[in-house]
Design a protein around this ligand. Structure first.
Ligand SMILES: [Fe+2]
Ligand SMILES: [Fe+2]
Length: 249
C-alpha cells in the first residue's frame, strides 16, 4: 500500500513508517470493515504487558494530538508570513496517513464501531465518526501532495495548506475527545473482560506486524523530532505566568 510518500523523497521517517503494509486499514477497506477475529491462542494467553484495546487506542490519540499541535504551529507560521519547512509538513502528514488513518482508524472501523452498531449504541455518532475519517483522509492526501518546496513557497498553496490543517485540527479535536469519553467507554462496557484482553493482544500483534517492535515508541520519537524542528517540544514554554491572577482586582 502506498504511504503517500512522493518519489525521490524516501526519508528516514518514511522508511520507518512504511513497514510491511498497513494490514488493519487495508483489510478493513477491502473487507467492508470486517477485520479478522483474534486468533484463539491470543485469547488463551494474552501477553503480560498487553494493554487493553481502549487504552491502546487512547494512547494512539496522544500521537494524533501531538501532530495536531504541529499542524497548529505550522498554520500559525503560514498566517504570520513565516517560512514553512516542506519536510516537516510531509512527515507530520505521513504519521497521520500511516499510523492514524492506516492503522488506528482501521482498528476503530474494524473492531470498535461494528460492536457499537450491533449493540445499537451511539449509532449516529459512529456514522459521523466514519464520515470524518473519510474527510480526514482527503485532507491528508492534499497535504501530502502539496508538501513540496514549491508548494510551501506559493502564497496560494500556503493559504490552502493552512486552511486544510485548520479544518483537520478543528474536526479531530472533538472527534478524538468523543471517542475517548463516549465511544471507547461504551465499547469497554459491551465487551466481556476476557475478550477485551484477547483483543488487546490482537491489536498489539497487528501493530507489530505493520510497524515492527517498539512501534509506539517509534511514533512518539517521530513526532518528537518534528516538534523539536518546530520549536514546540519544550513543555515549559506552555506554562503561563499567573501573577496577574493572584493579585486583587
Ligand atoms: Fe476515529
Ligand atoms: Fe480515534
Amino acid at each position: 500500500m502506498s504511504t503517500g510518500q512522493r518519489p525521490g523523497r524516501p526519508g528516514r521517517r518514511a522508511v520507518l513508517l512504511s513497514g510491511a503494509g498497513l494490514v488493519a486499514g487495508a483489510a478493513a477497506a477491502s473487507a467492508g470493515w470486517a477485520l479478522s477475529e483474534p486468533p484463539a491462542d491470543a485469547a488463551a494467553s494474552p501477553g503480560p504487558a498487553t494493554i487493553s484495546p481502549d487504552d491502546d487506542l487512547m494512547r494512539e490519540h496522544g500521537v494524533l494530538k501531538r501532530v495536531l499541535l504541529c499542524y497548529r504551529e505550522m498554520t500559525a507560521r503560514i498566517q504570520a508570513g513565516g517560512p514553512l519547512d516542506a519536510q516537516n509538513l510531509h512527515d507530520a502528514a505521513l504519521i497521520i496517513h500511516d499510523y492514524i488513518e492506516g492503522f488506528h482508524e482501521g482498528l476503530e472501523e474494524g473492531y470498535v464501531f461494528p460492536r457499537l452498531i450491533r449493540a445499537g449504541q451511539h449509532t449516529g455518532t459512529v456514522t459521523t465518526l466514519l464520515v470524518q475519517h473519510a474527510r480526514g483522509r482527503v485532507i491528508t492526501q492534499f497535504l501530502l501532495r502539496q508538501a513540496t518546496a514549491s508548494g510551501v513557497a506559493s502564497p496560494g498553496t500556503r493559504a490552502r495548506l493552512a486552511a486544510a490543517m485548520q479544518a483537520f485540527d478543528r474536526m479531530y479535536q472533538p472527534h478524538e475527545a468523543r471517542e475517548d469519553t463516549v465511544v471507547f467507554p461504551a465499547f469497554r462496557q459491551i465487551v466481556p473482560a476476557g475478550e477485551l484482553a484477547s483483543l488487546g493482544q490482537h491489536f498489539a500483534d497487528l501493530e507489530h506486524q505493520q510497524f515492527g517492535t517498539d512501534e509506539f515508541a517509534k511514533m512518539v520519537g517521530l513526532v518528537t523530532s518534528i516538534e523539536q524542528n518546530l520549536g514546540i517540544y519544550d513543555l515549559t514554554q506552555f506554562t503561563p505566568q499567573v501573577t496577574q491572577y493572584t493579585q486583587p482586582a
